[in-house]
Design a protein around this ligand. Structure first.
Ligand code: HEM
Length: 496
């Protein structure tokens, strides 16, 4: 049978209409007739692909939320992206509906091709995640972290001592620079896990393109990342395991886990869970703690009056001859308010870590298709106006019932994440933050640099791009306050 041109056109048109009708019907049945959440207008073909900004997307989501409300939805080729801009929305989905909303999305490049989806932080919600999470909980719960107090106090004293001799190294001295590969790995994490970092994340089918195709560097990037990741996962683990078998391992997360499970029968599986969760501990803990301390130094140079109140409290409660310890924490309400304000003012992980839903769902009359990439906008949540103090000012008093009628939302309800994926390192991390901050207040004056005329040199701070947010190193003066306190720092650093 021969079909004439016009007949062929009619046939194609009719088939397309039938397909459209069929898909539309299926979508209507699937969504129950509920619309997708609101969001910026989608363009033909590219949809919202170019709407998502690379730099500080949390601010753009917050801006859109003024027009569209708490839920803001973007659509790229295969993926829907949903930002949750209020604590109510986050609590409803991540806490009350945690059975559906505790998974991490598939990042094709960073997760699937490089292998970060084996780590605790990016593992899918399943057996491996559960096993690693149990290990993390046993080593880092509020009781277990007490055995690290002395070690943390000592590490902070070493840091403060390094500032006495080289205050310009205030940023590099926090990072464990000798773990060069780890630092490279973290750079890679912050860059590669940005939503839309690679086209292959948005169009997963691209991963099947042959490697010989010109301009296709997907597999080259993946191979280099995979090699680095395996190196940083295996080397430190095997080192501690050898020490553990020889009976010479000092206390550490890996040694703790090996000890707890040396008599179990999980064997190779347990080794796998320990090595991948241990790697996450460094990755998830180092960058966040570092970013928080760097932000603190920046803020202190900008807000001398806040610094002066913190110093006054430490002098009054702790005295002038020693560094604060975790045992002093309860007696330092103003310092604790500074820490809360720091978590609020510039949340170090402003979109937290992304989630996905394992089932279709309906919330506030909107359809949320399965596998949507969901971003809790912690930055937007932290802008709350409850205390009446403008959110853009750094004012610790907003958390003090003695100063405001209603205190601001406690950042501990959002800074460390939510529900079943809540940060397991929060007790350890928060203790480190307290020790760094109270130690810096006890021992140093932090001020903006002065030029020859006595005017302050603008700090001109650039914030790092990516999924974390903190200032890149900036010019600042960090000067020990007295010989007395320098002696106290040195003596604490010398003690074990
Ligand atoms: C100031 C310090 C820290 C901040 C602000 C912070 C923040 C966060 C946030 C926002 C998440 C995502 C939670 C979610 O998806 O709901 C997270 C996850 C995680 N954090 Fe932290 N964190 C800090 C310190 C630490 C430390 C010190 C460790 C380890 C020793 C750690 C280990 C982890 C791990 C393993 C996860 C992944 C949990 C999972 O996916 O189940 N964090 N953290």
């Amino acid at each position: 049978m021969i079909i004439a041109g016009s007949d062929a056109l009619i046939l194609i048109g009719a088939t397309s209409l039938v397909c459209y009708h069929f898909l539309n019907r299926r979508w209507k049945i699937r969504s129950g007739g509920f619309p997708l959440p609101p969001g910026p207008q989608r363009r033909l073909l590219v949809r919202n692909l170019f709407d998502l900004p690379v730099f500080e997307p949390w601010k753009r989501f917050a801006f859109w939320s003024e027009e569209y409300g708490d839920l803001v939805y973007l659509r790229t080729f295969g993926t829907g992206i949903l930002a949750l801009n209020s604590i109510e929305a986050v609590n409803e989905l991540f806490e009350k509906r945690s059975q559906v909303y505790s998974d991490r999305p598939t990042f094709v490049m960073a997760g699937e091709l490089i292998g970060f989806d084996q780590t605790l932080a990016f593992a899918h919600y399943g057996t491996s995640w559960r096993q690693q999470r149990k290990l993390a909980h046993s080593a880092l719960n509020s009781e277990a972290v007490k055995k690290y107090h002395q070690l943390q106090e000592h590490v902070v004293a070493l840091y403060l001592e390094s500032l006495v001799s080289d205050p310009t190294g205030y940023a590099s001295a926090i990072h464990l620079q000798y773990l060069d590969d780890m630092v490279k790995m973290m750079d890679l994490v912050t860059e590669y896990f940005r939503p839309g970092a690679f086209l292959v994340d948005l169009i997963p089918q691209l991963k099947h393109l042959p490697t010989w195709l010109p301009f296709n560097n997907i597999h080259q990037i993946a191979a280099a990342g995979r090699e680095l990741l395996l190196r940083v996962v295996d080397r430190p683990f095997l080192h501690v395991k050898r020490q553990f078998e020889e009976g010479t391992a000092p206390p550490s997360y890996v040694a703790h886990c090996l000890e707890q499970h040396s008599t179990g029968d999980a064997g190779d599986d347990m080794d796998y869970y320990i090595r991948w969760s241990a790697n996450t501990m460094y990755g998830a803990g180092a960058e966040t703690t570092y970013g928080t301390i760097i932000t603190f130094i920046y803020i202190m140079a900008l807000y001398p009056d806040v610094q002066a109140k913190g110093i006054e409290e430490i002098h009054r409660v702790v005295g002038l001859d020693r560094l604060p310890t975790l045992g002093d924490r309860d007696q330092l309400p103003y310092v604790n308010a500074i820490i809360k304000e720091l978590y609020r003012y510039n949340p170090v992980v402003p979109l937290s870590l992304p989630r996905t839903n394992t089932e279709d769902d309906v919330y506030r009359g909107c359809f949320i298709p399965k596998n949507t990439l969901i971003l809790p906008n912690v930055w937007a949540i932290s802008r709350d106006q409850d205390s009446g103090i403008p959110p853009e000012d750094f004012v610790p008093e907003r958390f003090m019932p003695s100063h405001v009628k209603q205190t601001a939302t406690d950042p501990l309800t959002y800074t460390f994440g939510f529900g079943r994926r809540l940060c397991p390192g929060r007790f350890l991390g928060d203790n480190s933050v307290f020790l760094f901050i109270s130690g810096l207040l006890a021992a140093f004056d932090i001020t903006q640099k002065r030029d020859e005329n006595g005017g302050s040199v603008p700090m001109d701070v650039q914030f790092v791009p990516g999924m974390v947010s903190y200032p890149q190193p900036f010019p600042v003066d960090i000067v020990p306050r007295s010989h007395h306190i320098v002696a106290a720092v040195k003596s604490r650093a010398a003690a074990q």
